[in-house]
Design a protein around this ligand. Structure first.
Ligand code: TXA
Ligand code: MG
Length: 344
């Protein structure tokens, strides 16, 4: 069965958003854009509707969902004990790509939080997402739109094959703005812990005067039974079927040299590199990541979805400096490469 589809790329048709909102009210699930990546949404207060998301994605039931809201009344209905630091984070970064973990109220179903006493909440800034939540007048639970383990969907063309027919409605708004998922934070003992880096950076949060701790698992490997602050950290994520290697050096020339050395040794290789580096690689198989961190953040998930078509023995991916948006990019890339990483 095909999902119902609305093209909002050129024109934001409110009637279509209302149809999708009605679908949410009736317990359906829909694919919708946010500023970070597309989400698969359902009424966060309806346990059965939320179950449909887990089924459509093939998601592990111990991995909790983020709840999307459009105003602070919704927040107060869902959570308790909002501290001063959380308030400042909200005032500075909402609506926007920041998810904050709070203590939940009873009304939040167990499957949304995967049985945890906490719930992740974010207020998206994307116009369509905002309107959708407003019209549904309900909080919307939504993970990234992709089959579990695959890169998150940043445009409908990338995910239509894996999700068509599994959702009731698709709102297509073209390419998203940011391309990597929201920053996930939790405040513990007056410190802001980064559980997943994103567009709101460590540096952005430090500017507010807070102590920031980047959880070890953001860049390091994590065993399946390890206790982590965010269950999502322990799952295989973003990795193509082809083996991938991430290469980085602070010295650009050294990085290019190392990648060329790998190309020479292995032969049948695909390189993902910055625009200005591409003609320096001694292979015909190259994909352009863009130049700025913003470009790379927008492009990586689409690129990772392309690499298996090349039938190469190894994909070599250029790393970036783990600062600002670079930390979020490296967190996704190191997972795509299953921690196969060389720093020279
Ligand atoms: O940008 C985004 O955040 C996108 C869009 C659709 O909003 N959503 C998204 O959802 O990326 P998802 O489900 O793919 O990732 C949610 C992450 C997971 O790593 C999950 O473990 C973590 O947030 N998370 C959710 N609730 C949590 C909680 N109560 N405690 C700790 N981590 C939580
Ligand atoms: Mg995801």
């Amino acid at each position: 069965m095909k999902s119902k589809y609305a093209d909002l790329k050129l024109n934001i048709d409110l009637n279509k958003i209302e149809e999708a909102a009605n679908c949410i009210k009736q317990g359906g699930i829909i694919l919708f854009p946010t500023e970070t990546v597309y989400g698969i949404g359902a009424n966060a207060l309806n346990k059965n509707a939320v179950n449909k998301i887990f089924k459509a994605k093939g998601r592990a039931s111990d991995n909790p969902l983020i709840v999307h809201i459009c105003n602070l009344d919704m927040l107060n209905d869902l959570v308790q004990g909002i501290g001063e630091i959380e308030e400042k984070l909200i005032n500075n970064f909402w609506p926007g790509p920041l998810t904050i973990i709070f203590n939940r109220k009873e009304c939040v179903p167990n499957n949304v939080t995967a049985g945890l006493e906490t719930v992740g909440i974010r207020m998206p800034s994307n116009k369509i997402a905002k309107k959708l939540i407003e019209l549904a007048n309900l909080p919307i639970a939504a993970p990234s739109a992709n089959i579990s383990g695959k890169p998150s969907g940043t445009k409908i063309e990338d995910i239509i094959d894996e999700l068509d027919g599994k959702v009731d409605y698709i709102l297509d708004a073209g390419m998203v703005d940011i391309g990597v998922e929201s920053t996930v934070v939790r405040v513990v003992e007056n410190k802001v812990h980064i559980l997943r880096p994103g567009k709101i950076t460590v540096e952005d949060i430090k500017k507010l005067g807070f102590d920031v701790i980047v959880e070890k698992q953001v860049m390091e490997e994590c065993s399946p039974n390890q206790k982590v602050m965010s269950p999502g950290m322990k799952y295989r994520h973003y990795a193509p079927n082809t083996k991938c290697l991430l290469v980085y050096s602070e010295d650009e020339n050294k990085m290019i040299e190392e990648i060329n050395r790998q190309i020479k040794n292995i032969g049948n290789v695909l390189v993902l590199g910055r625009t200005s580096h591409l003609d320096k690689y001694n292979t015909n198989n190259k994909l352009d990541m863009g130049e700025s961190l913003e470009d790379i953040s927008k492009n990586i998930f689409t690129l990772l979805r392309k690499v298996d078509k090349y039938k190469v023995s190894l994909v070599i991916i250029e790393g970036v400096k783990k600062e600002e948006l670079g930390l979020a990019i490296m967190n996704r890339l190191i997972r795509a490469c299953e921690h196969n990483y060389i720093e020279v």
